[in-house]
Design a binder for this molecule. Structure first.
Ligand code: NI
Length: 173
């Protein structure tokens, strides 16, 4: 599958609430997952949501082995997550740097729930249920936000912690 074009911030399609997937294990869904996965890998992303390639469905992919964009991040298993439901396991928040393939060249410091319970389905309709923390929890919250039409700059509390990756001081991270 070829890598698809990624919509960039300012495109109104990134602000829509995505629709739930109703049918699993279909050729169309497998093709979408393949396109998302290939596009994520082609751009060294930690995750990608279907709305970012112009498909308004509740489908995200994510996973980090060793990622040059997140050199200090712990590994996150490759996951296809559909129709996700998230629940914070505590009130505890953690600030951390994020980037987004729809906001190229920039980074911002975003508060996220530190501990997260999430459920959903894979592309075959198999149920996923996990309790995670730290970077894994951050990635899931970032990708799921795309399904609600939220890009991470809206979550930044202090816009002094938002800027171009090649300008921001490395010690800031
Ligand atoms: Ni993103």
């Amino acid at each position: 599958m070829p890598s698809r074009d990624i919509l960039r911030m300012g495109d109104a399609r990134l602000l829509q609430v995505a629709e739930r997937v109703e049918a699993f294990d279909t050729p169309e869904l497998h093709a979408l997952v393949a396109d998302l996965t290939d596009t994520m890998h082609a751009n060294d992303g930690a995750g990608l949501a279907a709305p970012q390639i112009g498909v308004n469905l509740q489908v995200v992919v994510f996973g980090v082995e060793s990622n040059p964009r997140y050199p200090d991040a712990e590994a996150v298993p490759f996951t296809v997550l559909i129709n996700p439901i998230l629940r914070a396991m505590s009130e505890e928040m953690e600030e951390g740097w994020e980037g987004c393939l729809s906001v190229p060249g920039l980074r911002g410091k975003v508060p996220r729930h530190l501990r997260l319970h999430y459920t959903g389905f894979d592309q075959y309709g198999q149920r996923i249920e996990r309790e995670v923390a730290g970077f894994h929890a951050r990635v899931v919250q970032h990708e799921t936000d795309h399904l609600w039409g939220i890009l991470y700059p809206r979550r930044i509390r202090d816009l002094r912690n938002f800027g171009f990756s090649d300008v921001l001081s490395p010690v800031a991270g």
